[in-house]
Design a binder for this molecule. Structure first.
Ligand code: 13P
Ligand code: SF4
Length: 301
């Protein structure tokens, strides 16, 4: 079936099922093009909690679809490929987090949304890359703060807030591929370019940034900036959106190796199949969901 036919069929079934398509900024271009809402983890969580649709097709990874299911238990949340996991989220289990909490019984626990639902159920509050600094700043009276699972985001937040954080040893395998030499090379090639870096990057890369931003933050930054050239320090999928929205500007990936393989396995065919078969439904059992919802809602508030 041609892409046009696939899209036609997706549109028809979307209407029949009263479905919406939410897509993360790292999704392949063909998926970004059919999304009703495209965004970062925070923006998509907000959309998922507010939509009137009966079915949410989540084009992203497992923890994102789970967050939608946590916030909208009465809706059907579908992930078009069940293998679309997040390697960083899988670096921490609820059991390991419970062990860490036992060592720091007075600590407040913050989890990046890039965690599985059973981990969210163990924490006091969630955060995303766009609000992590504000979330930690809000914990003024906390004697200690545990921050999981991304040690690089923890390091960035700790420096911004002047707070010592107890971090987990997790990281994003795609963002750590961006090295300081990559940024320096791009800066040499494009001396006037501004540098945007995602806080999942290593500290030596973050030091070279003009600004440190979530993916949606980068889209907004470009609109405000006068720079005609920008170096993009995040997963390469964001470049598709940046180029489409700003055809007059030039964007250079900090590193062409920064690709998240599981973000790329969603295809138009799988989205259509997902709508036809109503699969794979992402469900979070109530005993986990209710506790996880409190942590996500604290962040959203
Ligand atoms: P944001 O889009 O929220 O910045 O998240 C980046 C990311 O790595 C999602 O997996
Ligand atoms: Fe997980 Fe990194 Fe992929 Fe985001 S880019 S889904 S954090 S592995």
């Amino acid at each position: 079936m041609s892409n046009e036919k696939l899209i036609e069929e997706i549109e028809r079934l979307k209407e029949k099922r009263n479905a919406i398509i939410l897509a993360h900024n790292y999704q392949p271009g063909e998926i970004q093009d059919i999304a009703d809402h495209l965004g970062d983890s925070l923006g998509l969580s907000r959309k998922a909690s507010k939509t009137d649709a009966d079915v949410i097709i989540f084009c992203g990874v497992q923890f994102m679809a789970e967050t939608a299911a946590i916030l909208s238990p009465d809706k059907t949340v579908l992930l078009p490929d069940v293998k679309a996991g997040c390697p960083m989220a899988d670096m921490l289990t609820a059991g390991k987090l419970r062990d860490l909490k036992k060592k720091h019984p007075d600590a407040v626990t913050v989890a990046y949304v890039n965690t599985n639902a059973e981990v969210k159920a163990e924490v006091d509050i969630c955060c995303t890359s766009s609000n992590a600094v504000r979330v930690v700043e809000s914990l003024k009276d906390a004697p200690e703060i545990i921050f999981v699972p991304d040690k690089y985001l923890a390091d960035y937040v700790s420096k911004k807030t002047n707070k010592k954080l107890i971090a987990w040893n997790g990281f994003c395998p795609s963002h750590v591929k961006i090295r300081p030499e990559d940024i320096l090379r791009q800066k040499r090639l494009h001396p006037g370019a501004e540098v945007m870096i995602h806080p999942e990057c290593i500290p030596e890369v973050i030091e070279l940034a003009d600004d440190v931003l979530s993916t949606e933050g980068m889209c907004k930054y470009v609109k405000k900036s006068r720079a005609s050239e920008l170096i993009v320090g995040t997963e390469a999928g964001l470049l598709y959106r940046l180029r489409k929205e700003n055809p007059e500007r030039r964007f250079y990936p900090a590193s062409t190796s920064a690709i998240c393989p599981t973000m790329k396995i969603i295809t138009l065919k799988k989205v259509l199949w997902s709508l036809q078969e109503m699969k794979y439904a992402v469900k979070v059992p109530d005993d986990i969901r209710i506790r996880a919802e409190m942590a996500v809602n604290r962040m959203l508030k």
